[in-house]
Design a protein around this ligand. Sequence first.
Ligand SMILES: [Zn+2]
Length: 337
Amino acid sequence: MSKYPFPKVDLHFHLDGSMVPEVTWKLAKERNVKLPAETLAEFKQFLIDTADCGDVGEYLARFDIPTAILQDEAALEETIYTTIENVKDDLCYAEIRFAPQLHTHKQLNQEDVIKAILKGKKQAEKDFPSIKVGIILCCMIANYDNSEENFETVRLFEKYYDNRHIVALDLAGEEDSVPMSHFAPLFVSPKEKGLPMTIHAGDNGIPENCSTVIDYGASRIGHGHKCFYDKKVMQKVIDTNTTLEICLTSNIQCKTEPSYKEHPAKKLLDAGVKVTLNTDNMILGNVTIIDEYDRAINEAGFTYNDLITCNINSIKASFMPEKDKQAYIDELKKHYQ
Ligand SMILES: [Zn+2]
């Protein structure tokens, strides 16, 4: 029996950072994409060796491999399908995110990308009924002017949004490279329409970014742990019932927190913040949700019951249909010890 025999949820993981190594290997070979290894075993070792990297910039650079591979419909379909297959035994519900604009370097436009992902995702849900999946579309913080691409992502989000398949909008990338205020126009229309948003903030950027994205209409924040260091911002997170998608290992790997022990996640939870635990990038970060729970308990000060609470927080803050939530919550409550 699993160490954590309760329904588990991951609200924050990136498709390109969670590709199954065997699939990356196969798709790369088929597409003549060069990998930094001669054999699959070596490639797997490379992924482990590079998981613990210098900073967010270095961390993000490793996404060049999946980006080079994921430029056609077949690769996208197979990747989302096998990624869901890979987590189906650990998770009852997952929200997987990706940025459509990163997959338009060859023949595809953003809408083609979304359609391919939806096709693979729906097939996986049919074949693996133990897991349900929502898809989050990411706009990107880039080192060039990509506002046209970002507005196209927002347009397609509004076109495809429902609460079963395309469930929310996000902004990802290197947070401190562009002021958060620059992105305000992107979120005006989704906020007006009351559409769900979760935005990366308060990770390697300033705590105030958490406050800014709440104003943009985000009900959840990707990471957000930096709010701990500004009590006013933390209070706003509590008062607005905003949920934090904490990814312990990712924060340590990117050095946005010094260690599991010093990570403020447990203090945030105890202060009344809606904390959830997630993986961010399972393969590039060499982490599973089970690893995250082990570290939360062994190093970050969480109790077993905290893990139940975090999963209840995840279900409540998830972008699944409201009517589906209670059954998960009832089941989770049975596991309090
Ligand atoms: Zn992320």
